[in-house]
Design a binder for this molecule. Sequence first.
Ligand SMILES: Nc1ncnc2c1ncn2[C@@H]1O[C@H](COP(=O)(O)OP(=O)(O)OP(=O)(O)O)[C@@H](O)[C@H]1O
Ligand SMILES: [Mg+2]
Ligand SMILES: [Zn+2]
Length: 573
Amino acid sequence: MSYKIFARKYRPQAFEEVIGQKSVVRTIQNAIQMGRISQAYLFSGMRGTGKTSMARILARALNCANGPTANPCKIEDKDCADDKNKPCDYCAAISEDRAIDVLEIDGASNRGIEEIRALRESLKYKAIYTRYKVVIIDEVHQITKEGFNALLKTLEEPPPNTVFIFATTEFNKVPATIVSRCQHFEFRKISHKDIINHLVEIAKKEAITITPASLAMIAEAADGSMRDAQSLLDQAVAFSGDNIGDEDLKTILGTIGQDVLFRSSTAVLGEKPEDVFPLVESVVAAGYDLRFLFGKLIEHFRALLLVRSVEKPEDLLLASAEELQALRVQASKATAEDLLRYLLALQQAEAGLKYSAMPRIYLEAFLIKLCHFRKIVPLQELIRDVESLKKEPQRTLPKPPGASPAGAPPAAGTGRPVPAGDRPEGPSSAAKTGPPPQKDVFKRVLEKLAVDRAPLAALLAQYSSVMVKDNVLEVFFASGKGFFVTSIQEKDIRAVERAASEVLGRETKVRFAEENATEGGPIRPGRELETALKDPAVQFFMNTFKAQVLSADPIPASREAGPKGGGPTENET
Ligand SMILES: Nc1ncnc2c1ncn2[C@@H]1O[C@H](COP(=O)(O)OP(=O)(O)OP(=O)(O)O)[C@@H](O)[C@H]1O
Ligand SMILES: [Mg+2]
Ligand SMILES: [Zn+2]
């Protein structure tokens, strides 16, 4: 006997069976009853919440022999359907995926203009067997711009008796022009309670024994996706048989922990992208929920960071002695700074995975990116090194008239970014020279923050340059480190502003940006890049390491006297 996974076996077949989407169901049913059938529907929301199921029920509601009807024929499991409960031919054909007038198209693999044109062509002909042609496009956000334009034309002059149903996990990627021509329904996350009740029903039908505690654990892990909940139940049955114990379930949810997590971090820290594919394959084959794995990965990297940064991590970590030892060995392969970077990147990517239509590919691509992370960062440091190299000969050159002593930073208020690579270690010279230099300003801000917001201060210490202009302190992160910017929260900004206002002695706003991050980023005149490319030291690096210059920082004050108005000289005192 073939085994059918719960998610497929228990796909809702009638409007009433769609759980947790009451207002969507009611609106659609009412509209059908009143004969108000829309030309196009858009279903958006998290994966596993019933969009595709609802689209198929709607297709049957429109085409049922008794319809259009809000209550199309019941589709029983074939094995137990007796004759009098048989669905009509239309409903049967649609539910078995063999109705030629109901097209189900995957937007991910039919993204281009050619495919959409072909679709338009096919819609010229009336439905052959059914009342309505129904075109369901799943993951519609994946369609290309040109594809959307072609689709828009179709929606503007809709072929008669054709109904479009678009489904998407990423509503924000669907063009407004399309949205405005659709009746839009937002599918909600399904509540723990609804998930638990549904699992109880499935358990009853399948003669599975499971405790309320286990059900709660599953609902928690599924986080609003009925499909995820059902596949966790599948796993539990595969692991324990019909009698699921709490400990078993903890093991299932927990086993994602150890082996897989260590293999992931080994690949990342060992910079072995080639290990990612077999790793993800084994995770998928084992039936693990990838979103759940991702959450565990975050905890794992937190544990690594903790072990790397804290003297006695055992006080803060629930781990056995062996686990702790394994964590220590792994953590020793990276700096705390690297581990923090991985952790922040993971946290930032989590939401993306949750809403991804193709979580597997998302996870693969993301882990591979992490494997390359360290290669990206040293290049930034390389550029910094080039800059300090460039400063060396400068000390022996005569000072241009009016320039400050070599190496002195520009004073606050110059409006030019100051590279972080130049951070002085000694006490600031501010007392002697008036306003404190910009980088010292920020260093003091960081010191203040470190007192009670240490993690935030550690994050901000990754900055690459700062700029104080009027009442605004701008902090830049190197290009490619944009995730630092996005991981800063509103309340963090407030904290930094308080500290900056104290240090500067006036109300100060703070802004964070990634260098070279399109408009609104810091001023990066082409001139700097040009100069950099001509520089012998840069050319040496480019030739020797086959390196590329990604961005060029403005040269510190002492070397810049003269060429441009508004330069640092005016601020020298
Ligand atoms: N609201 C729901 N009520 C009952 N079961 C549901 C619901 N949502 C999802 N399921 C279960 O999950 C399975 C997958 O649901 P469906 O394909 O409709 O989700 P979806 O929202 O289209 O997800 P995706 O965005 O990943 O395509 C269904 O077969 C069903 O078993
Ligand atoms: Mg779907
Ligand atoms: Zn029917």
